[in-house]
Design a protein around this ligand. Structure first.
Ligand code: NAG
Ligand code: NAG
Ligand code: NAG
Ligand code: NAG
Ligand code: NAG
Ligand code: NAG
Ligand code: NAG
Ligand code: NAG
Ligand code: NAG
Ligand code: NAG
Length: 499
């Protein structure tokens, strides 16, 4: 029977992996443009339940970094574009940023990389002139703190700066950016970092006006005669993603950089769109992300570098309902704000990929109107002989409020019920308890089994997300929306030839 959902994470065993010291992994991006953004503790609960071991934040939100501490989750943080000019112009501003946002959290929070800005060349070209300095200043500050080996510094690029991306062997970076790219690549090489690239086959497909077959964008199997052939290398390409990664390797090679690995910082597919976006569907999003995860974890590599892992962060964890732009912009997420999956991925037979049922969560609560004395007796039993950890109910702890026997009993009952593997008879307590599907979590009081946000986020005890430092690309369409039509002409031409 189908196992429900999902996902992600580390593959085991080692081989020739390109991603510095580590095997291929699939992580997720955590955008925060939600009208009811879950509390950091709830975000982390969802990550844990889904075995997501790698995340990228669009800022260095203190609440998230605190919640991610001691979880084993590896975290990529970002300098938001708004802070780039300041950091790129001042060594000491960069040093302060590192001390407040990195040094203060490491090693409890396993920060592994810093994204300096996001698609700066295409979204904020005015800051391009300080980008390399910003990378260097952040790196110097890490060196000063002796963290430069553990934490890599790079900057995610839009794949739209790679021109003539098909055939991949002829791809090159838009020459007008060479004055920035050459010192940047030199920096990445000398610091052992990687090229961060955002790849959106969805936009490539949309803008190709039917010339790119949908299956080629979605990693679906193609008959050999439909594969795209690179006329120089005779390598066969069966998906846009690989072609784009190889295009990046070629573009770097044209500038004489041949040993910088690629990490894909964003890729995904929207599950919903407006009338002009007919391929933003649940089925396509599911197909793309499921195939992407399998592809990355299988360490197939690319035709140019078979077996060389291309670790990838899926865009993105949550649907972001307050994003501007077309309907699709709000629908790239794997989950809604309650932690309920948008779709159930086709990952059932992926050996290394852990799955978890997050669809029908159940909880054990005190029955409404139950006798208070009986509730108190059951509560005492649960926290005593029942061996439930009731420390969260103590004064000053997250589940102390509301301070009444029904609320406290509900917490104890639910904890016991989950401890007992949700066996139906573990939610009885002499008839004063009942199973429910409503998550009783509130504020920062997170109940066992709770995966997402519910209830009010006001009056929380942990630091909350700083809304002003949220997702730096908030007001921009990300990635491929900027892909120029010029890039696609190469693709169109070659498809015309090879398909
Ligand atoms: C971070 O994670 C990596 C990979 O698992 C591990 O090697 C490293 O020791 C971790 N660092 C800290 C500070 O936990
Ligand atoms: C920036 O600061 C680092 C130490 O944090 C220092 O090594 C470096 O020389 C400084 N660079 C400039 C341009 O001041
Ligand atoms: C290359 O980049 C420059 C500077 O951003 C831009 O004006 C130009 O249109 C780009 N060229 C192509 C072919 O995209
Ligand atoms: C790359 O190296 C070759 C051979 O050393 C040289 O001719 C060429 O100018 C270099 N290209 C760049 C962009 O540095
Ligand atoms: C995984 O990789 C192997 C060879 O490395 C290949 O034969 C197989 O088709 C791949 N599976 C998927 C799902 O890509
Ligand atoms: C979840 O509940 C729905 C409606 O009750 C049911 O159709 C579905 O099969 C359940 N899923 C699982 C995995 O139990
Ligand atoms: C599934 O999620 C629950 C939390 O709801 C967690 O207790 C459980 O360990 C998870 N199972 C797996 C296999 O990750
Ligand atoms: C919750 O916070 C608001 C303002 O942030 C405050 O006015 C209110 O008294 C708080 N409520 C409780 C129960 O602490
Ligand atoms: C939160 O936002 C405020 C207002 O912009 C800012 O002053 C503060 O430094 C931010 N705090 C953090 C932890 O980012
Ligand atoms: C999934 C879940 O538990 N949703 C609940 C969130 O809280 C509101 C009331 O605050 C309930 O109506 C929902 O059922």
């Amino acid at each position: 029977m189908a196992v429900w959902l999902l996902l992600l994470l580390l593959a085991a065993s080692s081989s020739s992996s390109a991603t510095a010291d580590e095997d291929a992994f699939v992580g997720v991006n955590i955008g925060t443009d939600l009208s009811d953004m879950p509390h950091p503790t709830q975000v982390v609960a969802l990550l844990k339940a889904q075995q997501i071991r790698h995340v990228r934040l669009y800022d260095a939100d203190r609440g998230m970094l605190v919640a991610l501490a001691n979880t084993g989750i590896q975290v990529v943080v970002s300098v938001p574009n708004e802070q780039l000019l300041g950091i790129g112009q001042s060594n000491s501003t960069a040093a302060n940023w590192v001390s407040q946002n990195i040094v203060a959290h490491y090693p409890a929070t396993n920060i592994t990389a810093i994204c300096v800005g996001s698609e700066v060349l295409t979204i904020l070209p005015n800051a391009a002139k300080v980008l390399v300095n910003a990378l260097k200043y952040i790196h110097s500050a890490l060196v000063a703190s002796n963290l430069d080996r553990q934490i890599k510094v790079s900057t995610p690029l839009s794949s739209s700066i790679i021109l003539d991306s098909f055939p991949p062997s002829q791809a090159f970076f838009n020459h007008s950016w060479n004055p920035v790219l050459v010192p940047m690549l030199s920096f990445l090489q000398s610091t052992g970092s990687y090229l961060m690239l955002n790849i959106y086959p969805y936009y490539d497909y949309m803008q190709a006006n039917g010339v790119i077959p949908l299956d080629y964008a979605l990693f679906e199997p193609l008959p050999p005669n439909k594969e795209a052939v690179d006329s120089n290398t005779l390598l066969h390409y069966s998906n846009v993603f690989d072609a784009m990664v190889d295009a990046a390797y070629s573009a770097m090679a044209f500038l004489n950089f041949t040993n910088i690995p690629v990490v894909v910082t964003e890729s995904g597919w929207p599950s919903k769109g407006d009338a002009s976006e007919p391929d933003a569907t649940l089925e396509n999003a599911n197909t793309y992300n499921s195939n992407l995860i399998r592809h990355v974890l299988n360490k197939t590599g690319t035709p140019k570098h078979p077996g060389m892992a291309v670790s990838t962060f899926i865009y993105e964890l949550y649907n972001e309902d307050t994003k501007a732009g077309p309907v699709s912009e709000k629908n790239w997420g794997l989950f809604d704000a309650n932690g309920v999956p948008i779709y159930i991925m086709h990952l059932t037979s992926s050996g290394n990929v852990l799955s978890n049922d997050t669809t029908n969560q159940t909880y054990c609560t005190a029955k409404e109107g139950a006798d208070k004395k009986m509730l108190q007796a059951a509560l005492d039993w649960a926290c005593g002989p029942g061996k439930v950890d009731c420390s969260a109910l103590l004064q000053g702890q997250p589940c102390y409020e509301p301070d009444n026997v029904a609320a406290h009993a509900t917490y104890a009952f639910d904890t016991y019920y989950h401890k007992m593997g949700k066996a139906a008879d573990s939610c009885d307590f002499n008839g004063v308890a009942a199973i429910t599907t409503t998550d009783p979590s509130h504020g920062s009081c997170l109940f066992p089994g709770s995966l997402g946000k519910n209830g009010t986020l006001a009056n929380v005890t942990a630091p909350s997300l700083n809304s002003t430092s949220a997702d730096s690309s908030a007001d921009d369409f990300h990635g491929g929306a900027f892909t120029s039509i010029a890039i696609m002409i190469g693709v169109i031409f070659h498809f015309a030839v090879y398909l």
